[in-house]
Design a protein around this ligand. Structure first.
Ligand SMILES: Nc1nc2c(ncn2[C@@H]2O[C@H](COP(=O)(O)OP(=O)(O)OP(=O)(O)O)[C@@H](O)[C@H]2O)c(=O)[nH]1
Ligand SMILES: Nc1nc2c(ncn2[C@@H]2O[C@H](COP(=O)(O)OP(=O)(O)OP(=O)(O)O)[C@@H](O)[C@H]2O)c(=O)[nH]1
Ligand SMILES: [Mg+2]
Ligand SMILES: [Mg+2]
Lengths: 303, 278
């Protein structure tokens, strides 16, 4: 495990109490291996360890009493620095009508996250409208409708009064039109948030990436979330890069973190897009959404 | 690749990078590179273009060790159980398998064993309708083992050739859900002693090293007979299947190449290896 690696790093590489190029190189190699095993992209690892090495060779490490501890601290610090975002508020809602757009690869957890985000926002006093803009996947619309109904029942139970989570769908219309039409409907219905559920797609599918751009143009979303499976391997780098280049994402939701996947994809995504992870999915239920914390993620990646 | 020159450190580093980027993983990559280096020392390969051939042959051999085809039941319905983590492509892959068998004039029946997720039964029902086959389903929230039981019962009485059972997505770390899988497996076995004849683990090609743990823990719950590697039409290479073959001896039987029911192919180790190293 990685914590074993760190134990090794502290005790073997730096046990002599002397710092030199050799034991820093050994420590670096151990970190590289740990990060690759944690699914951090190869290119990102190279850049990261370069920064760690520069720091480790600097004054800081030489002077410290426990060099092994200091080395591990430097790595941890670099990871947190990379992933943290300075936003206190993960999802600032400042307007009368806020549009949130969910995008990502097939099966990453978008539809479920739409439901979770709706619940999160309802708890903060908002009234979201869910928009079923996936007209491709069999029963995708039905899936969102069931989630809306389930959420409405949960909230009604919790509040002791009827609360509805409406779902707008128009299966015969193309997705950009569905999304665009949802906005006046939200206003009419006194909803202050519109959450657009889009179909999963490949970043290399030009037609479908154009469709996303069209939705973006027509709805001018305040938040575009890239939803990514936390078990994703090296591919996280390319898919996040291209989604960001083509439609400019604002933030990331990393899903299925209730698994034992290390989640190195989180590092790769931040490095290549510069956009922060805002939320993490930690289960299948509608309350299984947490705010992202960089230090917790760093601990998880480092084992 | 610059072919035709002597092997050198830079070339090996480039190869290493490619393998890692293909999700082959650190340990398996090291193992392969070491095998190359010792073959080079033993003078089996002298030129760079020989390296790639040697590596491809080596990989192809590993991936074709066990039978890559489905084993069909000779007298009675073949029971196929489909399992995997959430969103890996189980339901869609079942549609592809069903379509594949219908093309071969086989009588196919589906069992809607995901009684948990929103609209899961609806989703499989739509596929059954599109392909023109029957489906056995209960209400949402019912016991999946009961659905499995009824589905096999129906397959026997309708004399279906193939019965494919869908299950809810689950994490390999959810012990109670792994137990549920065992229960489904045992129920199938009770109904037909040889069943399930095939247990296919659906692995998303975009998943990294966690796929190995998935294969380990899922096979601890129900012995897996093959992998269906989905979403290979993306840019991910699915290199983890090498480690899975090495460590668990589980072969890849099918690959998914899209979202339509025609988008499936039988696993071809040569094509896979070529794509892996391209
Ligand atoms: N364990 C776990 N499962 C999750 C999480 N988020 C989503 N899921 C499950 O992952 C599967 C896929 O979720 P969906 O919401 O259908 O994914 P999607 O991105 O909308 O899929 P497509 O629309 O087909 O691209 C479902 O079984 C969900 O219940 C999570 O945080 N943890
Ligand atoms: N591009 C591509 N998409 C695929 C492939 N296989 C499945 N998908 C898509 O992946 C998404 C998830 O597929 P599902 O069949 O619902 O996955 P699942 O494992 O049954 O999901 P749960 O039941 O929620 O765990 C859907 O959008 C499918 O269309 C494939 O081979 N290629
Ligand atoms: Mg969806
Ligand atoms: Mg399914």
């Amino acid at each position: 495990t990685l914590s074993n690696k760190f134990y090794d790093i502290k005790n073997n590489f730096f046990s002599s109490g002397k710092i030199n190029e050799k034991n820093i190189q050994d420590g670096i190699k151990a970190i590289e291996e740990a990060l690759i095993n944690a699914d951090v992209n190869f290119r990102v690892v190279k850049g990261l360890v370069k920064r760690v090495k520069e720091k480790a060779l600097g004054e800081e490490l030489i002077k410290s009493v426990k060099p092994g501890d200091q080395f591990v601290q430097i790595v941890h610090y670099e990871l947190v620095e990379l992933m943290k975002s300075d936003d206190e508020e993960r999802l600032p809602i400042t307007k009368d009508l806020t549009v949130i757009m969910m995008v990502g690869l097939q099966g990453s957890g978008k539809t479920t996250t739409c439901g979770k985000l709706a619940r999160y926002l309802i708890k903060k006093g908002h009234r979201p409208l869910l928009v079923a803009a996936d007209t491709q996947r069999p029963a995708a619309i039905e899936q969102l409708k069931v989630l809306g109904k389930t959420l409405g029942e949960q909230i009604s139970e919790e509040r002791g009064e009827d609360f509805e989570v409406p779902v707008y769908s128009a299966p015969q219309d193309p997705p950009p039109k569905i999304c665009k039409d949802a906005i006046p409907i939200a206003k009419e219905n006194n909803n202050d948030i519109v959450i657009l559920d889009t179909a999963g797609r490949l970043h290399i599918d030009d037609a479908l990436m154009d469709e996303l751009l069209s939705i973006r143009k027509k709805t001018k979303p305040d938040h575009v979330f890239f939803v990514m499976d936390s078990m994703t391997g090296q591919n996280a780098f390319d898919s996040a890069k291209i989604f960001n280049e083509q439609i400019n994402i604002d933030g990331v939701v990393l899903t299925k973190l209730d698994s034992d996947a290390k989640g190195g994809a989180a590092l790769s995504i931040k490095e290549v897009t510069g956009k922060p992870v805002k939320f993490v999915g930690v289960g299948e239920k509608l309350d299984a959404l947490e705010e992202f914390h960089a230090d917790r993620m760093a601990n998880r990646i480092l084992g | 690749f610059q072919i035709g020159r002597k092997i050198d450190e830079a070339f090996l580093e480039d190869l290493e990078e490619r393998l890692i980027m293909a999700d082959v993983g650190l340990d398996t990559t090291k193992y392969l590179i070491d095998a190359l280096k010792s073959s080079y020392k033993d003078k089996e390969i002298k030129e760079k273009d020989q390296i790639l051939t040697f590596l491809k042959e080596n990989l192809k051999e590993r991936l074709t060790q066990k039978g890559n085809e489905l084993k069909l039941n000779e007298d009675g319905p073949t029971v196929i159980l489909v399992i995997g983590v959430n969103g890996s492509g189980k339901t869609t892959s079942i549609a592809k398998l069903a379509h594949h068998f219908v093309q071969q004039d086989k009588k196919v029946l589906l069992g809607a064993g995901d009684t948990f997720r929103a609209a899961a039964i609806d989703q499989l029902e739509i596929w059954a309708e599109r392909i023109g086959i029957d489906i056995v389903k209960h209400k949402m929230g019912s016991d999946p083992a009961a659905v499995a039981f009824d589905a096999v019962q129906a397959a026997l009485s309708r004399e279906s050739d193939i019965i494919i059972i869908d299950t809810a997505g689950r994490l390999h770390t959810q012990k109670n859900l792994m137990k549920e899988l065992q229960k489904i497996h045992n129920v199938l076995k009770k109904k037909i002693p040889e069943a399930p004849h095939e247990v296919l683990l659906i692995l998303d090609a975009t998943i990294g090293q966690n796929a190995i743990t998935q294969a380990e823990l899922f096979s601890a719950a129900t012995p897996i007979t093959g992998i269906f590697l989905s979403k290979l039409d993306g840019t991910a290479k699915g290199g983890v299947v090498l480690a899975i073959q090495n460590q668990l001896d589980i072969p890849v039987k099918f690959i998914g190449l899209g979202e339509k029911c025609e988008d499936m192919e039988a696993f071809d180790s040569e094509q896979f290896v070529d794509a892996l190293l391209s």
